[in-house]
Write a new protein. Sequence first.
Length: 504
Amino acid sequence: MEKDRLSRAREYEQQYGSQIAPLERPMFHVTPMVGWMNDPNGFSYYKGEYHLFYQYHPYTSHWGPMHWGHVVSKDLLHWEFRPAALAPDQPYDQGGCFSGSALTLPDGRHLLMYTGVRLEQQDNGRTCEVQTQCLAVGDGTDYEKYAGNPVLDEHDLPEGGSRFDFRDPKIWQTEDGTYRCVIGNRPADGSGQILLYTSPDGFHWSYKSTLAANQDRIGKMWECPDLFQLDGKWVLLTSPQDMLPQGFEYHNGNGTLCLIGRYDEEKGQLIEEYQQSIDYGIDFYAPQTVLTPDGRRVMIAWMQNWDTCSIRTPEEKWAGQMSIPRELEVRDGRLYQRPIRELEALRTDPVCYKDILISGEVSLDGVKGRTVDLELTLHPEKDGTGYHKFAVRFAQNDRYWTSLSYHPQDHILKIDRKFSGSRRASIHQRRCLVRGERDGLRLRIILDRYSAEIFVNDGEQVITATLYTELEADQITFYAEGDVELDVVKYGLDTGGFDGLGRT
Ligand code: FRU
């Protein structure tokens, strides 16, 4: 049974994935080989390469029984497809191989831990998903599911923990050689909690503690946790469902949460000190991190959100992108993000403007494109001059554009893709309250054909959105009500024709 479903997926993706032309995909952001993609899974460094798996349904461009797709890269930007790694083909995962993570075992094998979903008919006639944690071991291409699966099930839950919401294990090895794992779960209060498990060898696991409890504060169920130490603090990332808005920090629906604090190792508890959103844009969910060989903590996320999936229509050949990998840092109780430094090697054709004055609508020679790294530094307002509004429009032609606008009086940055060509009544705008230096503003905008990622004030906040505007719309223009003085540095970005399928 096992071989059939996986080989079928591998044959299908080979046949149909290769029919997608390079220009139909972003240049350096990961997309599924074909069909649907959601969360990043198994983000790890193995045998000299980064491996990234993803929640995958190759047969349609909407969610279906989950497989794991697979890509590898040496620099986190040139990604190559590998054959699908997992298919739902066992009694304990016939409902899907849900999210999980990966590490390298001492004997050199690659260990995957994922959530196996089994559909169970309830007395009331409803079908529920029973979720357990399962293992697969492999060599970087082929993976074999562990004979002892599942390794964690309802018997390993604390009292009140739901067996229907028990998912997304993130595993790592500690300095003493033993293993830890954090898993999302729904306790009796109906909201979320993150459970901590330990193992001597990566195969035998036991419950240790409840690492963090939502207690109905921020959304409901907490999905896709990740825990790591960074810059003297402990950081827990998770993606809450069913959020209520809180000021400009959290928005309705599915969002992301970063808790920063201390860790009581003995009790296995996070002592929270700070909390924030991870991304303030429209399309960002389920981030996962890897530690690079040179010690950087790098995060990648699904550059989409369950509440905005309708931006892609079912006829598309692929749906779902990953964010650009981002280097993380904790400074003054905040999570900072910036695009991985490897991106700088892709820069071409710099164009610089220093101390230019923008008033009304302006375009600048040499500033255009859909694969762009654009740095804008808005100078602080001077006495007697000033502006009410500044905006940069991109992916623009006569018909379409996406804009990022700033109102200095109330410190609001707004992304708006209403005119990007979408024909769906989905969420197209989001506002972000800018923190930090209130008078100057630094923006770094990364465009990769079908997305914009905006790093505000050196990564203190990030705004991410996808846009599926036709590629002919490649103009960039600036707009000011009043006078804005700014510096502009623009680079093209180029992977040299690399398209991930081994063709150039
Ligand atoms: C998050 C999520 C996970 C789950 C996966 C299923 O986006 O709901 O909790 O494992 O997607 O595809």
